[in-house]
Write a new protein. Structure first.
Length: 206
């Protein structure tokens, strides 16, 4: 398996197998890097300009799949930071609560780093996915694979369900201001209270 700079496993044999598309590729199949940051690599930008900034990997949009002459690994400016908010290994979904500083359930996990040498055995591209904290730890312990079919850890499920329960409890909370009218009477109850009648008031006056 591929290794991190510190020598721990990244959990995959081929980081590019987890790529959907490059971060710089627009929905229209054009290279945003060449358009917006062309001054960083004029030769690359000029070549893309001659092709109407078409991504050399994506190719023609009217054809199915990636039909360009390049592979993702061929592009010097390729980058893919996966933004799917679920664990790539077990499928656990993130659950964040508003105004809460609890540690996220998901963490970004790099499959390859931009600082690589660029040869086939050491990709120079940044590729990352999200893993839950539990799968992340298992992968870096070098025995778990990102590609294997895994179920969420029981502790991960308990943590997620605990957050959901607290969120539902907070959403169902009714403040005192909501339960009582401005004059202090309970909301939804007539001012005269339950069982009060106009007849009784009339008899008292008589």
């Amino acid at each position: 398996m591929e290794k991190t700079p510190s020598g721990t496993s990244v959990g995959v044999d081929d980081p590019y197998a987890h790529v959907d598309r490059c971060d710089h590729c627009t929905d229209g199949g054009r290279c945003r890097f060449a358009v917006e940051q062309g001054e960083r690599d004029p030769e690359f930008a000029n070549a893309r300009s001659r092709e109407e900034f078409r991504c050399p990997v994506v190719g023609a949009l009217d054809e199915e799949g990636l039909t360009g002459p390049w592979e993702w690994a061929d592009c010097p400016h390729f980058r893919c930071r996966n933004r799917d908010r679920e664990c790539e290994r077990c499928g656990l979904e993130e659950h964040r609560m508003a105004h809460d500083d609890e540690r996220p359930l998901l963490e970004e996990h790099h499959l390859s780093y931009r600082s690589g040498s660029g040869d086939e055995d050491d990709p120079s591209h940044e590729i990352s996915v999200f893993l839950c904290r539990w799968c992340h730890a298992k992968v870096h312990d070098s025995w778990a694979s990102v590609d294997e079919d895994a179920n969420p850890d029981p502790e991960a499920i308990a943590e997620r369900e605990g957050r959901r329960s607290r969120e539902q409890s907070e959403l169902g909370f009714q403040s005192a201001a909501d339960r009582f009218d401005v004059d202090g009477s309970q909301a939804g109850v007539d001012d005269g209270g339950e069982g009060a009648s106009d007849d009784g008031a009339d008899q008292f006056e008589r």
